[in-house]
Design a protein around this ligand. Structure first.
Ligand code: NAD
Length: 343
């Protein structure tokens, strides 16, 4: 097979507006196991949306957008169902910004000949393919953006906001999460920003400048910015898809605020969709009940759903969209708040 044949069937993004998950969630509620847990998680997310005091933080890990979940996040942002995003770099740069530049992800198979894929410059994520040559364009676009900026430390949020402005200026990437967050003033934090396509571009940017002044990413600034959102919010809710760094980073702001001497409540609501469990003591599978012992998550409105995200997230998001509690929410526009633009 040549490259064109491998990269033939595009991954399509799920559209939660085309199906109504309310009836199935209502039936799940009367069952057991993960179906009932999923229904409870959907209700908790809906309660966050109905609580106008609640700032909703969406945490993203795993290869979600390459697997067809991008439009769901675009819709959650566009319909004011999310106020802040904390993510891995792979999702925001390698997948969202990448598709915004006009590239696609393709359906493949885990049984592929990986040596053949490598020789054709095709990368594989389980049963999907990516054109490595296109990823290099993504890396170099990040470098081009960094090259055009004043040399100073930026939070990943500031840098991503500049990337979104780049798309808007070029009139590309209208269906991307970056574009939607630009419209809605929703900040995106990527605490491990260099561990992605962005890292390749920024390494090249710094290597070319050697000892000259260059752009750096300041993850402490990210932490301070996210903590200041927590301090400014009466209540907070976490909608976590996957685990990893985004899960911990978002949970930790309660402790950071405490260290700063600010009186904040624990996260009032918390939902996590994950395939990890608690036996290994790792963060990704740690229970939300356990997080209470650390002073991070309040008791009563927390739920883990043990499910692969491509199955559970469309159901929860469609339920919340069709239930409509988001219709009366105030738009929080935290980008303007952080950049001192609020009237
Ligand atoms: N995933 C990629 O293809 C990829 C590509 C380039 C760079 N990276 C970088 O690698 C680092 C790790 O990222 P990661 O996104 O692979 O996360 P990860 O592997 O650290 O995932 C964290 C946890 O999330 C859960 N999880 C992941 N996918 C899930 C799914 N589909 N459904 C349910 N739960 C799921 C698992 O419990 C996992 O332990 C990040 O810094 C990222 O930028 C990842």
């Amino acid at each position: 097979m040549d490259k064109k044949e491998y990269l033939k069937h595009e991954v399509q993004h799920i559209n939660i507006k085309t199906f109504n998950a309310v009836p199935i969630i209502e039936q799940f509620e009367k069952t057991a196991f993960q179906a009932r847990n999923l229904a409870r998680a959907a209700r908790i997310y809906d309660a966050m949306l109905a609580d106008d005091d609640c700032t909703i933080i969406l945490c993203l890990a795993g290869s979600l957008f390459s697997a067809g979940l991008k439009k769901i996040v675009v819709d959650l942002v566009s319909f004011n169902m999310v106020d802040v995003i904390v993510s891995t770099g792979a999702i925001i740069v390698d997948q969202d910004f990448f598709e915004a530049l006009g590239f696609k992800h393709y359906q493949g198979t885990p049984l592929a000949d990986d040596d053949r894929l490598m020789s054709q410059q095709i990368d594989r994520i389980y049963d999907t393919y990516i054109d490595e040559e296109e990823l290099r364009v993504c890396d170099m676009t990040v470098k081009e953006i960094a090259d055009g900026l004043p040399a100073r430390p930026y939070s990943s949020r500031e840098f991503i906001r500049i990337m979104a402005k780049y798309l808007v200026k070029k009139k590309i990437g209208k269906g991307s999460v970056m574009w939607a967050t630009h419209q809605m003033g929703v900040p995106i934090f990527v605490p491990a920003f260099s561990d992605s396509s962005a890292g390749f571009g920024l390494v090249y940017h710094q290597w070319e400048r050697k000892k000259k002044a260059h752009v750096t990413i300041d993850s402490v600034k990210d932490f301070l910015e996210l903590t200041s959102i927590k301090v400014a919010s009466k209540a907070t809710g976490l909608f976590m898809i996957g685990g990893g760094v985004p899960k911990n980073f978002a949970q930790d702001v309660t402790v950071a605020a405490d260290i700063l001497g600010e009186e904040v409540s624990m996260h009032k609501y918390a939902v996590q969709i994950t395939v990890a469990d608690e036996r290994d003591g790792g963060l990704s599978g740690s229970t939300l009940k356990e997080a209470h012992s650390w002073g991070k998550v309040d008791e009563g409105a927390e739920q883990i759903v043990f499910s692969e995200a491509t199955i559970a997230v469309p159901l929860i998001a469609s339920f919340a969209y069709h239930n409509g509690s988001w219709r009366n929410r105030n738009q929080k526009e935290f980008n303007a708040f952080l950049d001192g633009e609020k009237k």
